[in-house]
Ligand binder design. Structure first.
Ligand code: HEM
Length: 508
C-alpha cells in the first residue's frame, strides 16, 4: 500500500518546490507601488463613493502607475499622461482587452457586444461592422435631419416655457432630447407599445454601472449577496422581449432591403444577418440575432449616456461662468445670426464652441475610469505587469493634473485650448476624452455632432438664468458615481427666448 505513495510524495514535493521557485522569481520582478490591502477585499474599502477622486489622491502618494488589489483582482491605476501613453500607445495591443464583468454575461448576451468584449477575433469583427456600417462620417451626416427635427421640438417646447416664465429641468430636457435622438437612430423608434423601453434601458445602464462584489471576489458570485444576478436575469429577459418585438417589426416591413441612405442601425444590421462577419478570419463568426441585439444595446448606452453627461456639464459650467456664456453667444450671433437656428453646417465655424466642449471634456470625461486588461505579461516603465491584470486609466485625474494644465487646472477656462493643437483623438495624451488606439471610441464623430449641436442651439436660442436668485457661485456642482459621473442634482434654469424669429417658423 505504501509503495505507490512514495513517488507521489516525491512528485508533490517537486511541484511545491518548483512553484515556490517560480513564484519567487516572479516576485523578484518589480511591481508598481501601492497601498497595503486587507485580506479578501484588498483595497476595495479605500475606493469611497467617488473612486476617480480617491484614486487621484492615492496616486499623489504612490505614483502615476500604482498597484491596487480590488478584492481578488490585481489592478494597475494609471494617472498621468506620460504613463497613459505607455499603456495606450507604446503597448496598445497588450492592453487592448476589457476586464470581464458578471453583468455582461447576462446583459450583453454572454459578452457578444462591443464595449466590454474581450480582445479577439469576435470583437475585431464586430468593431469593423460598427465602424464601417454604422459610424462612418456619411452615416453620421445622414441622421442630420433627425437631429434637426428632435432639436426643433425641444426648442419649441422651451420657447413656450420661456413665455410662461417657467423654471425648466434642463437635465431632464437634455436627457430626453438625446435619448430620443439615439433611440430613433438606433432602433427607429423611442417607444414600443406595451413596454417601458426607456425605463428598461435606464435599468440596464444602472445595472452595468452598479458596484458588483462578484466581479472583485468571484468566489462570492454564486451567493449573489447583492441580489444583482437576479436583477440581471430579469432585466435581460424583459429587454430581450422588447428588442425581439422591434426586430420583428422591422423584419415585417417590405423595405428592409432597399438602399435608402438613412436606414436606422437595426435595419443595417438586419441586412447583414447570416453573413460571415469577416470571411478572411479563421474563426468565422456569422451575424445572428443575438449579436445584433447585444451590439444595439451597447451602442445605445455608449452613445446616449456619454453625450447627455457632456451636455449637462457644459450647460452647468456656462451657467456658472456668465463671461463664457456671453462669449459663446457673441460667437453664435456673429456666425449664425439672430434670425435662424444653428445648422450642423455652422458647427465647423464655431471655434469658441469647440474650446468650450474641449474644456468640458477635460474636466468631465464621461468615461472617467477607462477599463482595460492586459492580454499578456508586459514590462512598462520598468514595472512587471502580469497577464490578465486590470488596468484603470484615470482620465479624470489626467484632465486635472496641475503639472500639465497649470495651477488653474480645476477651473473652467476654455481659452486654455485656444493656442494649442490638442485634438479630440488624443494625440497629446494630456487630453484623451475618447480614449486611444484600437479600443478608442468609434462614435466620436457622432458624439461630437450631437453634443455641439445641442449646446450651441440651447445657448443660441435662449438666455439662461439660475432660479430663485441663486448666484452662479452657489450652483451645486456635486457629482455622483456610476457607469459615468453625472451631476448629483438636476440642473434647473429659467429660459428667455432671444432669437428674432420664432423657432417653429423654421419648420415652415
Ligand atoms: C461625447 C461623447 C462620447 C465620449 C466622450 C466617448 C468616450 C468613450 C471612451 C473614453 C471610450 C473607451 C475608449 C478606450 O478604451 O480607449 C469609448 C468607447 C466606445 N464608445 Fe464612445 N464616447 C462618446 C460617444 C459615443 C457614441 C455616440 C458612440 C456610438 C454611437 C460611442 C460608441 C463607443 C463604443 C462602441 C465604444 C467601445 C469601443 C471598443 O471597446 O472597441 N461612443 N467611448
Amino acid at each position: 500500500m505504501l509503495l505507490p505513495s512514495i513517488p507521489l510524495f516525491l512528485l508533490f514535493t517537486f511541484i511545491l518546490i518548483l512553484s515556490a521557485t517560480l513564484l519567487r522569481r516572479k516576485d523578484d520582478r518589480r511591481r508598481p507601488p501601492g497601498p497595503p490591502g486587507l485580506p479578501v477585499i484588498g483595497n476595495l474599502h479605500m475606493l469611497g463613493k467617488l473612486p476617480h477622486r480617491t484614486l487621484k489622491t492615492l496616486a499623489k502618494r504612490y505614483g502615476s502607475i500604482m498597484t491596487l488589489r480590488l478584492g481578488q483582482v490585481p489592478t494597475i491605476v494609471v494617472s498621468s499622461s506620460e504613463a497613459a501613453e505607455q499603456f495606450l500607445k507604446s503597448h496598445d495591443l497588450v492592453f487592448s482587452s476589457r476586464p470581464a464583468i458578471q453583468a455582461s454575461n447576462y446583459l450583453s448576451y454572454g459578452s457578444k457586444g462591443l464595449v466590454i468584449s474581450e480582445y479577439g477575433a469576435y470583437w475585431r469583427n464586430m468593431r469593423k461592422i460598427c465602424t464601417m456600417q454604422l459610424l462612418t462620417i456619411s452615416k453620421v451626416d445622414s441622421f442630420e435631419s433627425l437631429r434637426k427635427r428632435e432639436m426643433l421640438l425641444t426648442v419649441t417646447s422651451l420657447e413656450k416655457a420661456a413665455k410662461a416664465g417657467q423654471v425648466v429641468d434642463l437635465s431632464e430636457v437634455m436627457h430626453n432630447l438625446l435619448e430620443d435622438i439615439v433611440y430613433k437612430m438606433v432602433l427607429g423608434c423611442s417607444k414600443v407599445s406595451g413596454f417601458d423601453l426607456k425605463g428598461l434601458i435606464q435599468r440596464f445602464m444602472y445595472l452595468l454601472g452598479a458596484f458588483n462584489l462578484a466581479d472583485h471576489v468571484p468566489c462570492l458570485g454564486a451567493l449573489d449577496l447583492q441580489g444583482l444576478k437576479r436583477s440581471f436575469k430579469e432585466t435581460s429577459k424583459a429587454l430581450d422581449q422588447v428588442l425581439e418585438k422591434i426586430i420583428q417589426e422591422h423584419e415585417s416591413r417590405s423595405d428592409v432591403h432597399d438602399d435608402r441612405i438613412h436606414k436606422d442601425f437595426i435595419e443595417i444590421l438586419l441586412s447583414l444577418i447570416h453573413q460571415p462577419m469577416d470571411s478572411n478570419d479563421d474563426q468565422i463568426h456569422v451575424v445572428d440575432r443575438t449579436n445584433i441585439k447585444a451590439v444595439l444595446l451597447d451602442i445605445i448606452v455608449a452613445a446616449f449616456e456619454t453625450s447627455a453627461i457632456v451636455v449637462e456639464w457644459a450647460l452647468s459650467e456656462l451657467l456658472k461662468h456668465p463671461r463664457v456664456m456671453k462669449n459663446l453667444q457673441d460667437e453664435l450671433d456673429e456666425v449664425v445670426g439672430l434670425n435662424k437656428l444653428v445648422e450642423e453646417a455652422d458647427l465647423a465655424k464655431l471655434n469658441y464652441l469647440d474650446v468650450v466642449i474641449k474644456e468640458t471634456l477635460r474636466l468631465y470625461p464621461p468615461g472617467p475610469l477607462l477599463p482595460r486588461e492586459s492580454v499578456e505579461d508586459a514590462m512598462v516603465h520598468g514595472y512587471f505587469i502580469e497577464k490578465k491584470t486590470k488596468i484603470i486609466i484615470n482620465l479624470w485625474a489626467i484632465g486635472r493634473d496641475t503639472k500639465m494644465w497649470s495651477d488653474n487646472a480645476e477651473e473652467f477656462y476654455p481659452e486654455r485650448f485656444t493656442n494649442n493643437n490638442f485634438d479630440y483623438r488624443g494625440h497629446d495624451f494630456q487630453f484623451i476624452p475618447f480614449g486611444f488606439g484600437r479600443r478608442g471610441c468609434p462614435g466620436m464623430n457622432l458624439g461630437l455632432a450631437s453634443v455641439k449641436l445641442v449646446v450651441a442651439q440651447l445657448v443660441h436660442c435662449f438666455c439662461w438664468e439660475l432660479p430663485s436668485n441663486t448666484t452662479p457661485n452657489e450652483l451645486d456642482m456635486s457629482e455622483k458615481s456610476g457607469f459615468s459621473i453625472p451631476r448629483a442634482k438636476h440642473l434647473f434654469a429659467v429660459p428667455t427666448y432671444r432669437l428674432l424669429k420664432k423657432a417653429h417658423e423654421e419648420s415652415c
